[in-house]
Design a protein around this ligand. Structure first.
Ligand code: DC
Length: 231
């Protein structure tokens, strides 16, 4: 069995990971997986069960028994929680906040990382997250750490929120992004850091397509584009 081509796209919220990872996956004819969706589905389970944010034992046991599935659909995927499609529900601000909290628990990470590792099947996968290149797949074929200036990340996030019909202000969005950066960077387990062998790309002044082209160049240089992926 040949090893799958694993492309890890890590970085902070609003750096453009989802857009870039989806475009790249489509370009290479590989599935796209957003590891954040697994934390969001787990967070939704906690909210649905009405568990208090400080009740760690109940959070851990609720998530331990939850069945989370990602099903490929077009160039993206649907998220199922105990067989129910929760793809849209997991994008609410409440879930976003709860996901940041529960992702600090080692037992939760362990379960979700084990699940994420099952998504790396031949010929390969493009996976986005925070710790894909450092923890989930330390031997990933290609690791990208995508960043952007905080103001630009807040502007992009605001555009997304408005597209979804949500009321938001730039000030509020910038505050929330800063708060999440802090939670993600400060957590003891799997903090948001670039892998030492990751290629850092600052997307502030680049379009998503330009970022994808840069990644393709890197993949070519590393001779990763074999006959099993679209060239
Ligand atoms: O990327 P996102 O906004 O959907 O992620 C939701 C939360 O999940 C975020 O606060 C951090 C956490 N997360 C993580 O800890 N590790 C990952 N690989 C992906 C997401």
């Amino acid at each position: 069995m040949k090893n799958p081509l694993v492309i890890a796209i890590d970085g902070p919220a609003g750096a453009g990971k989802s857009t870039v990872a989806q475009l790249l996956a489509k370009r290479l004819g590989l599935p796209y997986v957003d590891s954040g969706a697994t934390y969001r589905a787990a967070a939704l389970k906690v909210l649905n069960d009405g568990i208090a944010p400080e009740d760690k034992p109940s959070i851990i046991s609720a998530i331990a028994t939850a069945e989370i599935q990602l099903q490929p659909s077009n160039s993206s995927f649907r998220v199922l929680l105990n067989g129910v499609d929760v793809t849209e529900q997991i994008r609410s601000p409440e879930v976003t906040l709860t996901a940041a909290t529960i992702s600090r628990l080692p037992e939760v990470r362990e379960k979700l990382i084990t699940l994420q590792r099952t998504f790396a099947r031949f010929p390969g996968v493009v996976m986005e997250g925070r710790d894909i290149g450092t923890v989930v797949f330390p031997d990933a074929s290609l690791k990208i750490f995508l960043t952007a200036q905080p103001e630009e990340r807040a502007r992009r996030r605001l555009k997304d929120e408005r597209k979804k019909g949500r009321e938001a202000t730039l000030e509020r969005t910038a505050y929330e992004i800063g708060r999440r950066d802090q939670l993600d960077a400060e957590r003891k387990i799997s903090p948001l850091v670039a892998a030492s062998d990751a290629f850092q790309i600052d997307s502030t002044d680049l379009t998503a397509q330009e970022v994808v082209e840069r990644i393709i160049v890197l993949a070519r240089e590393k001779q990763l584009l074999t006959e099993s992926v679209r060239q």
